[in-house]
Design a protein around this ligand. Structure first.
Ligand code: GAR
Length: 184
């Protein structure tokens, strides 16, 4: 089973499922969300993917029990910290909309990231997939892809460009992680 955790819209979760299905594979996706009003619920419904509510994201034992049987745990716009017990027990990866280690850490998500990138005058930005450890956005980096920051970019335009990059690369990276013989 591949567990995909999301707190928001769920477009990356959907892209991952569609990527696998387009190649005739379905390892058994289950979505999980800590937000009952998040867009991921409608996407799960439309895709026919089971989705489960995370009542208490800080309850390590309950989280472990919920994720039982997951060979890979994917954070796709999941904004809560994952308890250390869970990151030690499962192979957990996170998608982040910047080139870590820049612009990561608590509170760095969505437009906050892109605003910070522009405020710092960065010439490039991008996405990072990393293994999750005990600290926000600090686990070993597995993949990165980058794009130039165009002149006149706004946080919103940058968010759209970065999201496009995510949809282009993230599903293939999850595929690679899942089918790579040595891990997880
Ligand atoms: C993605 O851009 C992802 O990189 C970001 O949330 C968005 C979720 O979009 N994650 C973080 O900021 C984590 N710190 P989605 O719900 O449409 O897939």
């Amino acid at each position: 089973m591949v567990a995909i955790l999301a707190s928001g819209n769920g477009s990356n979760a959907q892209a991952v499922v569609e990527f696998f299905r387009a190649r005739g594979k379905d390892p058994g996706f289950v979505f999980f969300s800590n937000k009952k009003d998040a867009g991921i619920w409608q996407r799960a419904d439309a895709l026919g993917v089971p989705i489960r509510f995370i009542p208490d994201p800080d309850d390590a034992a309950a989280m472990s029990a919920l994720l039982e049987g997951a060979r890979l745990v994917v954070l796709a716009g999941y904004l809560k910290k994952v308890p250390a017990e869970v990151t030690r027990r499962f192979f957990v990866v996170n998608l982040h909309p910047s080139l870590l280690p820049k612009f990561g850490g608590k509170g760095m998500y969505g437009l906050y990231v892109h605003r910070a990138v522009l405020a710092a005058g960065e010439k490039v930005t991008g996405i990072t997939v990393h293994r999750v450890n005990d600290e926000y956005d600090e686990g070993p980096i597995l993949f990165q892809a980058q794009i130039p920051v165009p002149d006149g970019a706004t946080p919103e335009s940058l968010a759209a460009a970065v999201q496009q990059l995510e949809h282009q690369y993230f599903p293939a990276w999850i595929w690679e992680l899942y089918y790579r013989p040595t891990q997880p």
